[in-house]
Design a protein around this ligand. Structure first.
Ligand SMILES: [Zn+2]
Ligand SMILES: [Zn+2]
Length: 266
């Protein structure tokens, strides 16, 4: 079986990943992938916003590292992309970022439900104990819905990220999923199947089967990503991700080139 493209991988520029793009590309070839994409954490408008992304002045260096991997592995299609944090009010900044290089796609991710709380940050796990889980999910999906409808992104990253630490609301979350996926469908935005969830406390691909079934009903396209922060994580658990996608009724994914898309069968 030809594995789908791995569209979510990082570089050491974000300060919490290991291995150069060359090492990720070598690993991709080793495991038989034919297409990958680098989507490292984009800079914020202010470099002091947090400490887990590249600085603005490193953007050209990032592009150069990806170009180096492209030149070294001509047999592998390597896309140039970013994982961009969506925060309301950042739309103009994200638009300017898009104009700076010939990106193949932007993954829009929500990590922050407020300017101060990145909900997937283990150092801020105590916040989860202060707040009602459903309130966090509501705030998160409200932002994710805005991100999907903004037209700024080709793919929405790890759509049910709040489950990362295994803390889940008892309430029915389907209305939140439906609202988000209607926005994604309306904007023609894809969602990714992100296998990093299997390596976290939630032990489940992002998104879970329930969200993915609704996505399929709403004709929301998909991509695949390992969210690799080290070369050995490239393409990890992709067979499981493909099985999950097939169970939900998907037979094709999207691939991107200069922010144009085409379907590819898997
Ligand atoms: Zn990261
Ligand atoms: Zn992310």
């Amino acid at each position: 079986m030809q594995l789908p493209a791995d569209y979510h991988m990082h570089t050491p520029l974000c300060r919490h990943a290991a291995g150069e793009p060359l090492d990720y590309a070598r690993r991709a070839v080793e495991i038989g992938l034919t297409e990958i994409g680098f989507s490292d954490h984009s800079p914020m408008e202010r470099d002091d916003f947090d400490d887990w992304r590249m600085a603005d002045r490193q953007l050209d260096e990032y592009v150069a590292k990806v170009r180096l991997a492209q030149a070294a592995f001509p047999q592998l299609t390597i896309r140039l992309a970013l994982e961009v944090d969506y925060l309301p009010g950042q739309e103009d900044w994200i638009g300017r970022l898009a104009a700076r290089h010939p990106w193949d796609y932007f993954i829009g991710s929500v990590h922050y439900v407020s300017d101060a709380w990145d909900i997937d940050n283990p150092a801020k796990l105590a916040e989860w104990k202060r707040l009602d889980a459903f309130a966090v999910w509501q705030a998160y999906f409200q932002r994710l819905t805005q991100a999907a409808g903004s037209g700024l992104f080709d793919i929405i990253g790890h759509a049910d990220l709040p489950k990362k630490f295994g803390i889940r609301p008892v309430q029915d979350c389907r209305p939140l999923y439906q609202e988000f996926l209607a926005a994604a469908a309306g904007a023609g935005c894809a969602i990714e199947l992100n296998t990093a969830g299997l390596r976290k406390d939630c032990r489940e691909i992002y998104p879970g089967p329930e969200l993915l079934r609704i996505a399929r009903q709403q004709h929301v396209p998909i991509t695949f990503g390992s969210d690799a922060h080290a070369p050995h994580e490239v393409g990890l658990n992709f067979a499981e991700a493909v099985a999950l996608a097939r169970d939900a009724g998907y037979t094709e994914a999207r691939r991107f080139n200069r922010r144009q898309h085409e379907p590819v069968h898997f």
